[in-house]
Ligand binder design. Structure first.
Ligand SMILES: Cc1ncc(C[n+]2csc(CCOP(=O)(O)OP(=O)(O)O)c2C)c(N)n1
Length: 625
């Protein structure tokens, strides 16, 4: 029977009832289930195939949910979800009203900490361990962090703090030598040396060399206490006050289970280094873990087929092409990504301009300040970053770029509603958090060609600029090869109508035009959130009875607020209606579905405007009566 054992596990307690010898079968079934399930729904694949044995071992050895497992990023938690009562719910993974692709406290008591942005696990686990100590509760707290996530400053801030907190907790480093793309940087090289046994070999060699002279060996050991890293594998983590254990094979239950059992008995911060393979057990994913990191539906026997020719280019592709063209024209251009080479469209750039391409690791804060440094010296950095991940680097954005008014171009991908990744990934706030900072120019392309021209415009400025564009394809407008700078702060009237003016920001222009047709309204492509086209706002206010702003950012503080502020500053009184994202977090689901739920499809926009007009008419009637 398929999933013979797996289907008996509705809770980790069921898993713990099984004989240790049955666990390999559970692992085989779990791996097959993950593959089958993700191939039907889409989602993260390679990372989840890599955590099958670890998830089983953790729930088998530790007494969850009383013992806390804190997963980092959380994209690798499908095996954990399946073992904790969500096997059937996997059928609606990342769909509207289905379970999330990441851990959520509201979804399960086994999801101890909500995540999706990386490198928070050690901090959160440390907080939980300190809380347990203060409350006198006996429990184990375990953070599971990947080698990619380990490259972020935040993980090290927590490691640094852990040594002084005097609590028992365990950090498991799940080292598969991959981030989404190959892991980068010095930390990665260090881990590779640990795994390759370089340090233990060096130590053995030193012992052999020095041990015939005991006093010299003793002296060498003492002197090297500080510089231990030269010979002992665990230096870095031990210097942080952890007891380093490993590296061990993270797919071998016979290594994992006894090791975890032993660690359970140890006091103080423990650090277990396990080595796993991304995509383990599915040959195609093992061979190409990058392609299988995040997948749409596919046929497991056939694997993922290449992209279909002739489709509309995504905004990400438009950006990637522009970056290469611009780099050819201007040798000062430097392209920077915090660990999102594929997602941000820099694959081609990285190939063509390897010495001008910087994947800085999962280090958004560093990416921004690094760009500021480059700009100080006359280079022209382009930071390609998701809207949601720039949130991580907000102070660097203000303090290092904006205050110094440095010409850094931010290419903000995944602005607006992203769909299946849900509330942690929607780019819902960037217009609000960008536009309130002095010096920045904020542009919102309505289509692919405008995106290219805005990137060019931003690049040619001598001051900071941001172009924000959504996930996926645009309306399908042809992209001109030629690049032209747009007039700064100038909007474009796209349709002349009566009484109502729709002021559209970004790709919602297309929907606004459809609504405008139905209502015979004026429709404007606003193009710039900052500086705003105040003169046009004034003209529209004087010639229309209702101004409707449309954006896929939260209404609070967003582009509509900019229009309201402009009206107030110009002492203009006109009725306004602000359409945009609401003041609550929007769940996962299909992008179009979510936009409709937010009232940002044609029907929603027309209905909101009609409701407002009815309101106005009612008020007028009441006043007349
Ligand atoms: C702050 C932040 N930046 C970027 C990402 C996008 N991201 C998701 S998973 C991932 C790679 C994580 O690598 P690792 O921790 O080694 O886990 P693996 O997928 O290799 O198991 C990245 C960069 C993120 N989730 N959070």
């Amino acid at each position: 029977m398929p999933y013979e054992l797996l289907q008996t596990i509705d809770d980790p307690a069921d898993l713990r009832k099984l004989d240790r010898r049955q666990l390999q079968q559970v692992a085989d079934e779990l791996r097959a289930f993950v593959l089958e399930s993700v191939s039907k729904t889409g989602g993260h694949l390679s990372s989840n195939l890599g955590t099958v044995e670890l998830s089983i071992a953790l729930h088998y050895v530790f007494h969850t949910p009383e013992d806390r497992i804190v997963w980092d990023v959380g994209h690798q938690t499908y095996p954990h979800k399946i073992l904790t009562g969500r096997r059937e719910a996997m059928a609606r993974l990342r769909m509207l009203d289905g379970i999330s692709g990441f851990p959520r406290r509201t979804e399960s008591i086994y999801d101890t900490f909500g995540t999706a942005h990386s490198s928070t696990s050690v901090s959160a686990a440390l907080g939980m361990a300190v809380a347990a100590k203060r409350k006198g509760e006996q429990r184990h707290v375990i953070a599971v962090i990947g080698d990619g996530a380990m490259s972020a400053g935040m993980a090290f801030e927590a490691m640094n703090n852990a040594s002084v907190a005097e609590v028992n907790f365990l950090v498991i480093l799940n080292d598969n030598d991959m981030s989404i793309s190959p892991a980068v940087g010095g930390m990665n090289r260090y881990l590779a040396r640990l795994v390759s046994g370089f340090y233990s070999a060096a130590r053995r060699a030193a012992e052999r060399v020095l041990s015939p002279v005991p006093s010299l060996w003793e002296l060498a050991k003492k002197v090297e206490e500080h510089a231990k890293g030269m010979v002992v594998p665990s230096t870095l983590f031990e210097e942080f006050g952890f007891n380093y254990i490993g590296p061990i094979d993270g797919h071998d239950l016979d290594s994992l289970i006894p090791t975890l059992r032993n660690i359970k008995e140890l006091k103080g911060p423990q650090f277990l280094h396990i080595v796993t393979k991304k995509g383990q057990g599915y040959k195609l994913a093992e061979a190409d873990p990058v392609l299988y990191h995040g997948v749409s539906k596919f046929e497991p026997a056939a694997g993922i087929s290449g992209s279909k020719p002739g489709g509309k280019p995504s905004f990400t592709q438009v950006f990637g092409d522009w970056l290469c063209d611009m780099a050819t024209l201007d040798p000062r251009l430097i392209g920077i990504t915090p660990a999102m080479r594929e997602g941000s469209g820099l694959v081609k750039f990285a190939e063509l301009f390897p010495d001008r391409y910087f994947d800085v690791g999962i280090a958004e804060q560093h990416s921004v300040t690094f760009a500021a440094g480059l700009a100080c010296e006359g280079l022209k950095p382009v930071v390609a970053i998701y809207s949601t991940f720039l949130q991580r680097a907000y102070d660097q954005f203000i303090h290092d770029v904006e205050i110094q008014n440095l010409p850094v171009l931010f290419a903000l991908d995944r602005a607006g509603l992203v769909g299946a990744d849900g509330q942690t990934h929607h780019g819902a706030f960037d217009l609000s958090y960008l536009r309130c900072i002095p010096n920045i120019t904020v542009m919102v392309p309505a289509d692919e060609n405008e995106c290219r021209q805005m990137l060019y415009t931003g690049f040619t400025l001598d001051t900071p600029a941001a172009v924000r564009y959504p996930r996926g394809a645009g309306p399908g407008v042809a992209v001109e090869k030629e690049m032209r700078a747009l007039p700064i702060g100038k909007a474009e009237v796209r349709r002349e109508g009566r009484r109502i003016a729709l002021l559209a920001f970004g790709t919602l222009l297309k929907t606004a035009l459809e609504a405008g047709e139905e209502l015979d309204a004026t429709v404007v492509n606003m193009r710039f959130v900052k500086p705003l086209d105040d003169a046009l706002v004034e003209h529209l206010a004087r010639t229309h009875a209702l101004l409707v702003t449309v954006e896929d950012n939260v209404v609070m503080g967003g582009a509509g607020s900019a229009v309201a502020e402009s009206l107030a500053a110009q002492d203009l009184a006109v009725r306004t209606l602000h359409l945009g994202l609401p003041d609550h977090f929007i769940d996962h689901g299909d992008q179009a579905q979510l936009l409709a739920l937010a009232g940002l499809n044609k029907e929603g926009i027309v209905a909101s405007i009609r409701a407002r007009l009815a309101d106005v008419a009612q008020h007028a009637a009441a006043r007349a009566a």
